[in-house]
Design a protein around this ligand. Structure first.
Ligand SMILES: NC(=O)c1ccc[n+]([C@@H]2O[C@H](COP(=O)([O-])OP(=O)(O)OC[C@H]3O[C@@H](n4cnc5c(N)ncnc54)[C@H](O)[C@@H]3O)[C@@H](O)[C@H]2O)c1
Ligand SMILES: [Zn+2]
Length: 1596
């Protein structure tokens, strides 16, 4: 039953390779192919090999047709002719099959089928099949004929052509193989129709590659026909059977696709023919592959070859650009082309982020891998260097120096400052990128215009790129490149726009988003089709937070239909094609002038002539509006400005001028001019001058000139000569309203403007408030980053104030400048970096791409500033303790607190406000001040229901006017009103946070009774409990988080302050978690094994005292909710659990794993109670648990619904095989793994071991997981499975002897696991020491050996007493050396033996800890650190009143005081008094720490303006200094005694008499020791036992 007779004779094209026309291309070739093979490669057996994916789609049909045709042909030959045999064999799909094993399988199959030399093999599939089967053909019976039938795009254009065959081995890809040419290659493009999209995109990388190195005309076709080519593959037209087989039935898209594929195939065939044994020419095919292969070597498990090559191509053209061989235009074109087909252009790309996860490609590793290429010479590598699109520098790969490659690959730069010996040219002339504003406007104008316009000097940036693509998607205009891409030829579409095929994606390009919003309203209704009837504008995450509300409001009012798809007021937008109405239109223009320009640009195409009135007070950035109007004029439309802010725009069509030259971007131009100013050279810019329309063009005259530069300007050019280095003058006051973008450049100059004799060198920049809502909050960003250099800067209401500093005093931040993904921040700080001594690191170098993609190249080659590439790991917040750094630059959505009166909303709300640096608003007070009437009176006069209505109105307007940065505490009854409830629910849907504060209702009632306050809000004559019962459900549905408070607020006197402190601490943890500032989760990247302990109690209360012991050595705690039982039986189970969890969180800071294990999975929770289970899990998310365990056996819909709301909670998707029948090598486990991977952030699979062998099977299973980005917990239960618990890496469940029972059979304790690891050689013993003298009485051995012993670690800590530091050298070199403490007299001279000194230790000037670490390459490194300050920091921090800007006093200015000083600064104490007998030492300190706010004291009895909250004594306890009462003015301050003998010093005694809290020297010693211990072992120290034993010994 076959329909082959109906198949028309296909139209085929042939390409010759190695002088034979053996490549055949067309559509629907099956019958042709079968006939051709049988007739021209006559054998007795045809063996087709394919993979199971392809087999299921095509094999049956193909095999039927083959047999049919074969018998027909043999019939026609004559009676006795036997038709040839057709056999087939299917292998599993995927790269894993390209192995020696699979090759043997195929060979065994062929032999079993008695195949002989008289066999032809057909490789039917993608590159894997082609390579593998080709190799089989090459060696079977010493070589048999074979044909290739490629079914992937990659195989069609690349792998099937050329005769390279191979298999992979564990040592690498393609290591074993042969050259074996196929007899025929049938490229039947129809197979692409079933190809998954990602595979199609993958193949496009090679297609684009070929065009890029070989033929610009092909490249142009690819650039301009993205939609068509994608459609031909992904949405093929199937109007008639066998469409495309003949020329008559071929669609234009099909023809295009065929020509693209043929072109690539032809090129590959050409190269193979002319250069078969790969030298020269063939090397060109390697474009993008040198770097791409290195990336692939790291990412092969998660990324496809083409994806890696795509990123490789981008890096290699950036390299060509940095070497000066390729211009930015070409780079931009290639990048855009790759992107438009969906290929990634960097590892950060959104399309592949989900595959890549947290993996990185360290630059060292990439370089290492590239080194292996046989063709490298010394420190040079061979890379194909493009010199234009379609051209290469040489007809082969070019040698490039490693240093250049490293620079391009590095994510950060380290700028080398200029000095007298650097080779900086004295006069530079350069052109800078075209104006973004003009480029964006001219693109819209010319695309909407009629006629052809040649645009010169267009900016090539992300911004203009997305604008171009966006306009292209909307149809109408045509874009072509000329002069190597220097000129863009636009053929306007006269405003005829259509609904685009897909979403218009704008990245983070604000201008494009604003302009296109109005352009999209122009789309006419006639272009609607059934599938495409609406235009969607979208962008990246940041874009989705940028406001566009005012513009949308105006357009909606004018009759356009626009919907917000996610957040109110932001992209993505959905815009109906209705045309723009026109007539009168009102726009609020106080946020962005771009809204105004957006409407102006599209206005001529409205149905009615438009009158645009600007409302809402002051219009900002008028110059940009003027620019738009002037440019519209150049395109033939005259805008009339009526009185005030009213514009009239006539109807019409823009007339494109034949040529338009775009002036330089004035904001970009500020950077080279500023470099001239700061480095004292001369710089001329020829494409911007006094006639410029751009506001920032005034920068030279208005900012640089008054700062001391010589400025000369013509109409079109600007020249700046800077004064000698270090002699810029501050500008006392400058309003930069007309050039807001240039304020960042001005700020960095102000930072070094110190040439003023009288007084301070302060520059105040004002008028730039709008810069708070740019790519980031730029004012805050500049303040933050300048501070890091040691420059004093602060925010003004509408600007910034900067204290100019001497250049020599500046210091680049150790961790580099953070750029907040903002190009201007990056470029400004690179200006500053030109002079800062010892270099400046700028992270995220790639953010400059937004406006000046080749900034770094220009900085080096044109401006002569040198820099190195630097591979900086992502920031570790772990060690970032400075309070200052934590002030967030951009504020999140406002937080709303609801709950019954008296639960602590206000107290907690204020804590939250302090912590997040938000503003606190008490709703009741707000209500009363807004309406000037007390709530009591309002209710009295108008009644409750009127009050509830008013309450709703006010809460709504309050949140609208305070959308971010506020904490709003609502009245208890807010949920009584349905409208208010709906409003709160909507707020949650828009990703707002509403926190329901709950507390035991009886306690609250008592608390309120005791308060006995006037009850402004009577309880409706009901009991308090009844009110609660009515509201409880409402509170729950109106909140997305729930905080369980155990203590009343701090407003009352009878509250124990330590309880409130614990409450505050727990609340801070909750809050930081839900907003994502600190999620308290276990670091997966950590090299150490991590553990969690399962709490198997039925009730927490009696167990809490044991928590500090039970958690020894663990990293998290599992609360087994199913084991809890509410013995009192009061209240619901959920309430009981909430209380249990709250108790647990008060007594430990470890992250919580919330687990409800069902009976079927080995727990106690009934298997049938699905609803109850999910309401518990949903609660766990509301309570902000760090981890929630979800069993994967529940229904898909329920699980996926639940995890939608997971916030920052990590989901552990778990599966337990309690039956003990599942095997690790079974299909079932793979299936479970896949399911768990789909839901979980962490995968947990638990089986049961029958014998020890099952543990090895488990390990094999893990090794077999090729793609693994998520952490996995795999365990075997039972005694036989204990080995699996020893070997598991991440979050192994453990027990502790104190627990009532083990959570699972076979569970071990941390100590047992460590001992086992030691015995099997996985945890070698290390020796630790104390270096110093005299040390015989030291407590350190007790501290550390107690720790080692408790955790079952094999290590030992010993004293090493010596006066001569030389003696420690052999110990340091010993490989068994694990680390050391260092004390007097070696804290300074030890440094010379160490490889690296931490920044803390450098600043304190002393090392007290040596840590042994292995770097990326496995080299052993000795690190010097200081934990003395950490001891102080951690003991004091919990006692400090959070958020108060307080002062401290240090007594003593010797060596020990430095750790104290450093700790105080890190605690955020801004004024530090220092007293010392002699003042000299204080001055020393003050000059070394100029930013610490040090005030010297000559006497302790001096009156202090800010009484210190904390006193640190850093003098010997034996000193007889008197402590006058004056220093204890602060109420309940803190004393830190650094001496530790005797235990109770005079200061401590006196302080405690005054009601102060004392911290003893021995406590400090233990605390710093605990930090040493944790740094050495990477494990949480068993703190309570260390303390107990050490104090006991200390007393003895
Ligand atoms: N020999 C060479 O010169 C050369 C050149 C480049 C790449 N390669 C090799 O090619 C291999 C990669 O080839 P690939 O990208 O084609 O991968 P592939 O063969 O693994 O195919 C990709 C996936 O698509 C499926 N598939 C293939 N055709 C399909 C179709 N028509 N419809 C639906 N699904 C289909 C496959 O089953 C597979 O899952 C690598 O091993 C690489 O080393 C070889
Ligand atoms: Zn390739």
């Amino acid at each position: 039953m076959s329909n082959f007779t109906e198949q028309p004779e296909p139209f085929i094209e042939k390409v010759s390779i190695l002088h034979e026309e053996s490549i055949i291309i067309g559509f629907h070739l099956t019958e042709y192919m079968i006939r051709d093979i049988i007739l021209n490669i006559p054998v007795s057996t045809y063996a087709l090999i394919t993979d199971s994916n392809i087999a299921s789609l095509y094999l049956e049909n193909l095999s039927n047709q083959f047999k049919n045709i074969a018998s027909k042909l043999s019939l026609s030959k004559g009676n006795n002719s036997v038709p040839p045999r057709f056999i087939s064999y299917t292998i599993p799909p995927g790269e894993q099959s390209k192995s020696r094993d699979t090759k043997a399988d195929i060979e065994d199959f062929l032999l079993s089928q008695a195949c002989t030399r008289d066999t032809c093999i057909i490789a039917f599939g993608g590159g894997v099949i082609g390579d593998l089967v080709g190799f089989v053909a090459a060696t079977f019976m010493r070589g048999v004929p074979f044909v290739q039938v490629p079914t992937t795009l990659l195989a069609m254009v690349d792998s099937s052509i050329g005769g390279k065959t191979a298999v992979d081995t564990p040592h690498g890809k393609n290591l074993i193989g042969a050259f074996w040419q196929p007899k025929r290659i049938y490229i039947d493009i129809i197979y692409l129709e079933s190809l998954p999209e990602r595979q199609f995109i993958n193949g496009m990388a090679e297609v684009i590659k070929t065009a890029a190195i070989w033929k610009e005309s092909d490249f142009v076709i690819l650039e301009n026909n993205v939609a068509s080519i994608r459609d031909a593959v992904l949405n093929p037209k199937k109007d008639i059977p066998f469409q495309g087989a003949t020329l008559e039935t071929r669609t234009p898209s099909q023809s295009l696709l065929l020509s693209v594929i043929r072109s690539s195939a032809e090129f590959k065939a050409y190269v193979v023919t002319h250069d078969e044994k790969e030298s020269g020419l063939r090397g060109l095919l390697n474009f993008g592959h040198s770097i791409g292969h290195a990336i692939e070597a790291i990412m092969y498990e998660v990324l496809l070859h083409g994806e890696c090559v795509s990123i490789g191509m981008v890096k290699e053209v950036e390299l060509a650009r940095s070497l000066g061989h390729l211009n930015q235009v070409a780079v931009g074109r290639l990048v855009r082309c790759l992107e438009s087909y969906g290929l990634p252009i960097s590892l950060d790309d959104k399309n592949i982020r989900k595959f890549v996860g947290n993996r990185r490609c360290p630059v060292d590793k990439l370089m290492e891998i590239m080194k292996v290429d046989k063709k490298n010479i010394g420190d040079k590598k061979r890379i194909v260097i493009l010199s234009g699109i379609g051209k290469t520098l040489e007809q082969k790969a070019t040698f490039v120096a490693d240093s250049a490659i490293r620079k391009v690959l590095s994510p950060a730069v380290s700028i080398i400052p200029v000095n007298s010996s650097s080779n900086v040219p004295k006069h530079i002339t350069m052109t800078t990128p075209g104006s973004k504003s003009i480029s964006n406007r001219v693109l819209v104008l010319s695309a909407l215009g009629s006629g052809t316009c040649r645009l010169k000097g267009l900016l090539h940036s992300d911004d203009t790129q997305v604008m171009l693509v966006g306009l292209q998607n909307l149809g109408g205009a045509k874009f072509e490149w000329e002069d190597d891409g220097e000129t863009l030829v636009v053929t306007g579409g006269s405003g005829n726009l259509k609904v685009p095929d897909k979403e218009i994606y704008l990245g983070n390009a604000g201008t494009a988003a604003r302009f296109l919003t109005t352009v999209c309203t122009l789309v006419s209704a006639e272009t609607k089709t059934e599938t495409r009837n609406i235009t969607i504008l979208t962008g990246n995450a940041r874009m989705k937070q940028r406001p566009i509300g005012h513009l949308v409001d105006a357009l909606r009012e004018n009759g356009s239909k626009i919907n917000y798809l996610e957040n109110e007021g932001c992209l993505p937008l959905e815009i109906a094609p209705l045309g723009l109405h026109g007539g009168a239109i009102n726009l609020s223009a106080s946020i962005s002038s771009q809204y105004v320009s957006s409407i102006l640009l599209s206005a001529p195409y409205a149905k009615e002539p438009m009158t645009l009135s600007l409302t809402g007070g002051q219009v900002i950035s008028q110059p940009y509006i003027d620019m738009t109007i002037a440019m519209m004029n150049s395109f033939g439309i005259k805008v009339e400005r009526l009185d005030g802010d009213v514009y009239r725009i006539p109807k019409g069509c823009y007339k494109n001028p034949s040529e338009y030259i775009i002036e330089a971007d004035a904001s970009s131009a500020t950077y080279p001019l500023a470099i001239a100013a700061i480095t004292g050279i001369k710089c001329t810019l020829p494409n911007i001058g006094s006639a410029s329309l751009q506001g920032d063009a005034a920068f030279a005259v208005k900012v640089l000139q008054p700062m001391g530069c010589t400025v000369t300007q013509t109409v079109t050019s600007t020249t700046v000569q800077g004064p000698p280095i270090g002699s810029l003058r501050p500008l006392p006051e400058i309003d930069m309203e007309t050039m807001t973008d240039a304020f960042l450049t001005a700020s960095v100059l102000a930072a070094v403007a110190s040439n003023q004799n009288d007084g301070e060198c302060i520059t105040r920049i004002t008028g730039v408030a709008n810069q708070r809502v740019k790519e980031c909050n730029r004012i805050a960003a500049m303040v933050n980053e300048l501070n890091k250099f040691g420059v004093t800067a602060s925010e003004l209401p509408d600007g910034i104030q900067i204290h100019g500093a001497k250049i020599q005093s500046l210091k680049g931040p150790e961790k580099g400048v953070k750029c907040y993904d903002d190009h201007r921040v990056a470029m400004s700080f690179s200006v500053l970096g030109c002079v800062v001594p010892n270099g400046t690191i700028i992270r995220e170098k790639k953010c400059v791409e937004k406006t000046w993609p080749n900034w770094w190249d220009d900085l080096e080659s044109k401006l002569g500033i040198q820099f190195d590439g630097l591979d900086i790991e992502p920031e570790h917040d772990l060690h970032d303790l400075s309070v200052k750094d934590k002030t967030k630059t951009s504020k999140g959505k406002s937080l709303v607190f609801i709950g019954m009166r008296g639960v602590g909303k206000s107290s907690l709300g204020k804590v939250a406000a302090n912590l997040l640096n938000y503003q606190f608003v008490d709703f009741d007070i707000y209500f009363e001040t807004t309406l000037s009437i007390s709530i009591h009176d309002f209710v009295e006069k108008q009644g409750w229901s009127a009050f509830r209505e008013k309450e709703f109105e006010i809460i709504k307007s309050l949140l609208q006017s305070h959308p971010s940065g506020y904490i709003i505490s609502c009245g208890g009854g807010v949920v009584e009103n349905p409208s208010s409830r709906d409003f709160l629910k909507a707020y949650i849907r828009e990703k707002g946070i509403v926190i329901h504060v709950v507390r035991d209702i009886k306690e609250v009632e008592n608390y309120l009774k005791n308060l006995n306050r006037d009850t402004a809000r009577p309880a409706y004559g009901e009991t308090f409990i009844d009110v609660w019962k009515r509201r409880e459900g409402w509170y729950k549905e109106c909140s997305n988080y729930e905080y369980v408070s155990l203590t009343a607020g701090n407003g009352t006197d009878d509250i124990d302050p330590s309880n409130w402190y614990r409450e505050e601490k727990d609340f801070s943890r909750f809050l930081k978690f839900i907003v994502g500032h600190e999620t308290n989760q276990v670091n997966y990247e950590r090299k150490n094994k991590t553990f969690f302990v399962s709490l198997t109690y039925s009730d927490m209360s009696p167990a809490l005292q044991h928590i500090p012991t039970i958690t020894h050595g663990v990293d998290a705690i599992e609360l087994r909710v199913d084991l809890l039982s509410n013995n009192l039986q009061t209240g619901s189970f959920v309430d009981y659990v909430s209380n249990q969890l709250a108790l647990l969180k008060r007594s430990s800071t470890f992250p919580i794993i919330f687990t409800v294990r069902t009976q079927g999975q080995g727990g106690k929770f009934p298997d049938t109670q699905e609803k109850e289970m999910f309401s518990l899990l949903a609660q766990a998310l509301k309570w902000g648990c760090e981890y929630v365990d979800i069993e994967i056996c529940w229904s898909h819909d329920l699980i996926s619904n639940l995890i939608k709301n997971k916030g920052h909670t990590k989901i552990i998707a778990s599966w337990h095989d309690v039956t003990g029948t599942a095997k690790w090598d079974s299909e079932e486990i793979r299936r479970r793994y896949k399911t768990a991977e789909e839901y979980g952030d962490i995968i947990k699979i638990v089986c049961r071991a029958e014998s020890v062998i099952d543990n090895f099977k488990l390990q094999e299973f893990i090794l077999s997981l090729k793609t693994r980005t998520k952490p996995i917990i795999t365990i075997n239960m039972g005694a036989e499975g204990q080995l699996s618990r020893v070997l598991n890496e991440f979050l192994t469940p453990v027990t502790h002897p104190l627990l009532p029972s083990k959570a699972a059979p076979g569970q071990l304790s941390v100590s047992e696991i460590h001992q086992a690891l030691h015995l099997i050689g996985q945890l070698p013993k290390k020796n630790f020491y104390l270096f110093g003298t005299p040390i015989s009485h030291s407590m350190s051995p007790v501290i550390h050996n107690t720790g080692f012993e408790t955790l079952g670690l094999p290590h030992y800590y010993d004293l090493f007493e010596t006066e001569n530091i030389e003696n420690v050298k052999p110990i340091l070199q010993d490989l068994q050396f694990g680390g050391a403490s260092v004390t007097i007299p070696h804290k300074i001279n030890i440094m010379k033996y160490l490889d690296h000194i931490s920044e803390h230790a450098k600043l304190i000037g002393a090392v007290n800890t040596i840590i042994v670490e292995n770097d990326l390459n496995g080299n052993r490194k000795l690190i010097g650190d200081n934990t003395d300050w950490l001891g102080i920091f951690h003991l004091v921090k919990p006692l400090l009143r959070i958020g108060s800007s307080s002062s401290g006093l240090i007594i003593g200015a010797g060596g020990t005081s430095r750790a104290g000083l450093y700790a105080l600064h890190q605690l955020g104490i801004s004024t530090i008094y220092i007293y010392n007998r002699t003042s000299e030492k204080i001055s020393d300190l003050a000059s070394q720490f100029p930013t610490y706010g040090i005030i010297p004291l000559t006497s302790l009895s001096q009156t202090l303006t800010q009484p210190p909250q904390i006193i640190i004594s850093a003098i010997p306890a034996t000193s007889n200094l008197e402590f006058p009462d004056e220093i204890f003015q602060f109420n309940r301050g803190i004393i830190v005694e650094m001496a530790y003998k005797p235990r109770r010093t005079n200061l401590l005694k006196k302080g405690e008499e005054k009601g102060w809290i004392g911290i003893e020297g021995i406590q400090l010693l233990i605390e710093q020791g605990i930090h040493q211990f944790e740094r050495w072992t990477g494990k949480n120290a068993p703190r309570n036992i260390i303390e107990e034993i050490t104090l006991k010994k200390y007393k003895e």
